[in-house]
Design a protein around this ligand. Sequence first.
Ligand SMILES: NC(=O)c1ccc[n+]([C@@H]2O[C@H](COP(=O)([O-])OP(=O)(O)OC[C@H]3O[C@@H](n4cnc5c(N)ncnc54)[C@H](O)[C@@H]3O)[C@@H](O)[C@H]2O)c1
Length: 335
Amino acid sequence: MLKGGIIGCGFFAANHLAAWQLIDGAAIVAVCDQDPARARAAGAAGDGARVFDDAATMLASEALDFVDIITTAPSHRPLVELAARHRVPVICQKPFAPTLDDARAMVDACAQAGVPLMVHENFRWQSPLMAVKNIVSSGEIGEPAYARISFRHAYDIYTNQPYLKTEPQLAIMDLGIHLLDLARYFLGEATRLHCRTQRVNPAVAGEDCVTILLDHAGGAVSLVDFSFFTKLEPDPFPQTLVRIEGTKGTVELLAGYHLRVSGPGWSREEDVEPAVPAFGAKPWHNIQESVVNIQRHWIECLQNDREPATSGADNLKTIDLVFRAYESAATGRAS
Ligand SMILES: NC(=O)c1ccc[n+]([C@@H]2O[C@H](COP(=O)([O-])OP(=O)(O)OC[C@H]3O[C@@H](n4cnc5c(N)ncnc54)[C@H](O)[C@@H]3O)[C@@H](O)[C@H]2O)c1
């Protein structure tokens, strides 16, 4: 049984904690939050885990096989470096880091310590998006030439995550990061991008509506667009809608988890809505299922000495696109 410790017991940690309980081969034995009340609440939910309000104390006193960091980005580098100093494998939530230098330093620290590092980049672990990827990989739609990856809604994200309201870098850092990772997942590495941002909701500090055009190595083009202020009914939150056109056909992930594959004279359709995990509820089941999937992947990688799909090194390419998107939006030029 691999023994894990959690650092950060806020809003999203509830999903991690519940998911760990479904995963064979892992048990959370320690939880930590600098807010002692949050740490105690997580400890009570986590089957008798020991409770800490200081991560250094937890790492010094517990023999852990991994730590799962679920804090916001400013604390990621010191906490990942702390885990590396203790030679403890580490999962870090997205956004990986507030700067590319920090992200590189975290990858280097773990490489030098010889410990695995995975970024909790869970969107590519959503089963409807994995179904799209399987169709692309199977060759059924031929060589992809164009993709649109879209996430537009007006769900009130600010009640659960009040810190988002005052973030000067909002939608690209919080959500675009997932969608840019999906663009890499579906079409391969991006060589160039052009980004346009808007702040439509006057009550928030950062951009809440973004359009990004990417060139991919090999010639495909993708359009990644997302908004936190799109008024429509039914609101598809938190679904990612996808359309990928290839040389033989098109795959679409439509609202309601409706998968459609078609070409000249043929089409087929499938319901790919994920099951609601035992701890979950709609409309969050899509995200909650992906948390179980990525955490299970981490344990399988640790057990079999394999590199996680969203390792720190892999995620440098995703977060690089995030910073290039901000640069392009600021300069008005491609990056
Ligand atoms: N992958 C997803 O689908 C998804 C969804 C929501 C949030 N997130 C990410 O999860 C992260 C956490 O988000 P949240 O909404 O749960 O934030 P939150 O503010 O609700 O919780 C973070 C917790 O970390 C604690 N903390 C901060 N620094 C600490 C430190 N040095 N030591 C111990 N505890 C510390 C805080 O006290 C707080 O309780 C963010 O980076 C966010 O982007 C990811």
